[in-house]
Ligand binder design. Sequence first.
Ligand SMILES: NC(=O)c1ccc[n+]([C@@H]2O[C@H](COP(=O)([O-])OP(=O)(O)OC[C@H]3O[C@@H](n4cnc5c(N)ncnc54)[C@H](OP(=O)(O)O)[C@@H]3O)[C@@H](O)[C@H]2O)c1
Length: 235
Amino acid sequence: MDPSRDPGRGARPEVWVNCAASFDGRLAYADGARARLSSSEDLVRVQKLRRDSDAILVGVGTVVKDDPSLRVHWELLGEPVGRNPTRVVVDGSGRTPESARVLDATTPTIIATSRRSTRHFPPHVRVVVCGERRVEIPELFLRLHDLGVRRILVEGGAAILSSVLRSGLFDRLTVYTAPVGIGGATAPPVLAGPETRGSDETVDLHLVGIDRVGEGFVATYTPRRDPEPRPAPLG
Ligand SMILES: NC(=O)c1ccc[n+]([C@@H]2O[C@H](COP(=O)([O-])OP(=O)(O)OC[C@H]3O[C@@H](n4cnc5c(N)ncnc54)[C@H](OP(=O)(O)O)[C@@H]3O)[C@@H](O)[C@H]2O)c1
């Protein structure tokens, strides 16, 4: 199947998902406090992913907690300043802070929202409505494709990673694993969302490669559409 199409639907962009996690699979400290998990080598790798994407997508939770610029840090690549990807914020209720860096006018920004939002954004920000109460990710991807986005980099946070990974609408997942443990009950995990009750609800992947990056490693996966049953526990 052409990976840019889903059965019965229109075309969607190629979707890359990337995140940095502790060795126990956490994205941040307790209650979402920002953790610096990427090594300097990994930050360069992420800038290349951004440079090679048409758009970078995060959830509004990440904008509120981290206030990222979502721009390519060209200085880390040692390259002249080039085109920055469009920034996409999934913000179903319109709670992106007015002071958020993603709302500056330096780089195009799309706010993906739902019909329950009454928020008005500055004129340089494009607003797309994709759902009644939350942003429907499949619809958003179709809309982004219509707007010319051919490759999108999904960077988080926990709720968005869960929605995208559980939807199966992605082509590649890279996880940088840092040599640090976070633990606890409230630190957000790579795969949040509803409780998984059985193998029919897991997110199944093919492992494509593992690369050492500084003191950590990057695992690259593709979605597994036809998982083979795993052997029963030996007991
Ligand atoms: N380590 C990493 O690589 C990395 C990367 C990015 C972020 N993070 C961390 O992740 C944490 C933030 O994660 P988060 O889960 O709080 O927020 P998030 O995933 O960034 O944003 C989630 C919010 O998006 C909105 N939303 C609308 N439609 C949605 C949909 N279909 N699926 C999911 N969300 C939808 C919801 O807010 P509304 O209901 O208001 O619309 C939801 O609360 C922070 O701690 C940040 O530091 C880590």
